[in-house]
Design a protein. Structure first.
Lengths: 332, 326
């Protein structure tokens, strides 16, 4: 663990601290300013933070050497996954029957060698990275939309919605997730990437939903929410402007870790043949013929996609932990 | 306590009903009929009708029942312990499950035990020696463990023991595939067959258990009564392993219950990779064949197991920790 030097943290740097200073005469405008820690108007009330909460978090994150390193590696992977396929075009599916199973690191033409159909392994890896990252990001956006909304409403209003959310979670938790996703994907007919993303998002959001609910349950009882209500703020306003910004930190961490979970899940689905169909490569379906490759001493065809998968997941997990430390210094 | 138990069991049963309804509907609205799997295309319509009728999907004339009616029929059979027939080999799903279940319990149970036996001590030692080399190594390893899905780990293990170490004496003769020839009569051989699949399933749980145990232990170690015990002059070992450990280890009980569906998830692919004849492999094959009664059966079995283990975990927790009252 990298030691982080202590940083100047103003009282406004801690979420939930500023609204303590609300007085009876506070107007809606002032209250709005107070809800955003570090805004200029907050200074009038005594607290004079030098840096905002999010700026401080970024600085704290960058002091976390391991997490920053992971971020750089991930950025390289993501950038090359976006840029390189644009340059190389169809290279990932151009077959060359004269040169199948070319070993890696022998020529610059095929740096990572070629696969059973003579396709360039590096181009396929990068194309596969695209699939993994796209599924991971889009499904997490789905998590945030579904889980965030339902969790917030359940935590804020309680009642039947809360009960329904908890029971749904119980059902999903006690089922083998992979089998559920496969069953639904199969049930929707053909296996397409959009289906996979929708199914993962529709079944996996409960973790963020529960987290959001827990945050809202705690925060809705806090004094700054009562103060906002006393000032005549509507429920929608309280949820979006007052509670949500304070509830975000653990959600961001969970969403980050969720991306790596989804990437691994998508790879498992691809491995079983339930993700994007060939000839489109994904890290999962590149592993499908692993037995054949291992038996025939073409281990590099197994090692590359498997290792790419592990490195990506590891980097995302490290970044997630870095964000956790950066957003909540008390946890360290 | 009795009231609590009754309530929990009732909720558990309700949950299973909800789940069966959800998955039943899901599998019945699916395109594709059970007869279409690997069937002679010249088969006569009356034969199809007869089969569909036997599967409880249609009446004698071949008109399919509405889904709610099918579900009621399914539920009625379920209450008699009948999960229906497989679409593919027309065997009873319960028979298939009972054939495979012991193998899976053996594999998953061994993985869970290994994970507990390694993960918990690792977490304890990491917490009592915070920021030591052991602690840093443990957290590094657990990071990697969490980031490797069990099927990738299985493939890596096969690569290491089957390819890289094949020529060297270091591969220790671990069989790469299958279960055993001698069955329970040959426990040594069985054990050899279990090494690789158990390892690939256990690593993730070791990572989770050790991380959780470390956090839990650290939390307890920072509490006042620990400081009091130390101030009284008790030895560090006694405070750590007697006062702190007892309280820190309790939450693990809940974690074990949560771990079960996770291990099952891993087992679906791991059993396939290592050709282990368990329910995971059965489920995987059923998914490939779109054999819905079998899929439904496995899902229900796992769900029932999870509900049961959650209940056991909560009751054990209450027994182990007198502060908890229901």
């Amino acid at each position: 663990m990298a030691q982080v030097p202590p940083l100047p943290i103003g009282p406004a740097g801690v979420p939930g601290a500023v609204p303590d200073q609300l007085s009876v005469e506070t107007t809606v405008q002032q209250e709005r300013d107070l809800a955003q820690p570090g805004s200029a108007k907050a200074d009038e009330f005594g607290a004079a933070p030098e840096l905002g909460f999010w700026r401080l978090a970024v600085i704290r994150f960058l002091h976390h050497r391991v997490a920053t390193g992971a971020l750089i590696i991930l950025a390289i992977i993501v950038l090359s996954a976006i840029v390189v396929p644009i340059i190389t075009g169809d290279l990932y599916r151009i077959q060359d029957y004269r040169h199948p199973f070319k070993p890696p690191f022998q020529s610059f033409q095929h740096l990572f060698g070629t696969d059973d159909l003579g396709r360039d392994e590096l181009a396929r890896l990068l194309r596969g990275a695209r699939v993994s990252i796209m599924v991971g990001v889009l499904a997490v956006v789905g998590y945030l939309l579904i889980g965030g909304t339902l969790g917030a409403l359940a935590g804020y209003y309680g009642g039947w919605l809360d009960n329904a959310l908890m029971r749904f979670t119980d059902i999903i938790i006690s089922a083998p997730f992979l089998l559920v996703v496969i069953a639904i994907t199969a049930a929707t007919g053909g296996v397409r990437l959009t289906t996979v993303i929708i199914v993962i998002a529709a079944t996996g959001w409960y973790e963020i939903g529960r987290l959001m609910r827990a945050q809202f349950l705690v925060l809705r009882e806090q004094e700054f929410v009562q103060a906002a209500r006393a000032l005549g703020a509507s429920n929608a306003r309280i949820i979006v402007r007052h509670i949500l910004p304070n509830a975000l930190a653990p959600i961001i961490v969970s969403a980050t870790l969720g991306v790596s979970g989804i990437i691994l899940l998508e790879a498992a689905l691809g491995f079983l043949g339930y993700s994007i169909p060939p000839p489109e490569p994904s890290w999962g379906n590149m592993l499908q013929n692993f037995e054949q490759y291992l038996l025939d001493d073409q281990a590099y065809l197994v090692v590359f996609p498997a290792t790419a998968l592990v490195i990506t997941a590891l980097c995302i997990n490290l970044i997630g932990d870095g964000i956790r430390d950066a957003l909540d210094p008390r946890q360290r | 306590m009795t009231f609590y138990l009754i309530r929990r069991v009732a909720i558990g049963i309700l949950l299973l009903f909800l789940m069966s309804a959800m998955f039943f509907t899901l599998t019945r609205v699916t395109p594709g009929r059970p007869i279409s799997v690997g069937e002679n295309p010249k088969i006569h319509q009356s034969v199809i009708n007869l089969r569909l009728h036997r599967l409880g999907l249609t009446d004698e004339q071949g008109n399919s029942y509405p889904i709610p009616q099918q579900y009621v029929l399914y539920l009625g059979a379920l209450l008699h312990g009948d999960l229906g027939d497989s679409y593919v080999n027309h065997e009873k799903v319960t028979t298939l499950l009972l054939q495979r279940l012991p193998n899976s319990i053996l594999l998953l149970g061994a993985a869970l035990l290994v994970a507990l036996a390694i993960g918990i001590p690792l977490g304890i030692f990491a917490a009592t020696r915070q920021y030591s080399k052991l602690d840093i190594t443990t957290s590094l390893v657990s990071y990697v463990g969490v980031s490797i899905p069990s099927f990738v780990l299985g493939i890596y293990l096969l690569l290491i023991f089957g390819v890289i170490l094949r020529q060297s004496p270091l591969h220790w003769g671990f069989p790469l595939f299958g279960m055993h020839t001698g069955g329970v009569d040959d426990p040594i051989d069985l054990l050899y067959h279990m090494v690789l699949p158990v390892t690939s399933l256990a690593i993730l749980q070791i990572a989770i258990f050790s991380r959780f145990m470390r956090a839990s232990m650290l939390e307890v170690l920072h509490q006042d009564y620990i400081r009091t015990a130390r101030a009284k002059g008790l030895s560090l070992e006694k405070v750590n392993y007697k006062h702190a450990l007892r309280n820190a280890i309790l939450p693990i009980i809940t974690l074990v219950a949560i771990a079960i569906p996770q291990i099952v998830n891993g087992a679906i692919i791991t059993e396939g990779i290592f050709s282990w004849p368990g329910t995971g492999q059965l489920a995987f094959q059923a998914v490939v064949d779109r054999d819905y009664p079998v899929i439904l059966g496995v899902v229900m079995l796992v769900a029932a197991g999870t509900v049961l283990f959650n209940l056991i975990a909560d009751v054990t927790y209450a027994v182990a920790d007198p502060r908890i009252r229901y």
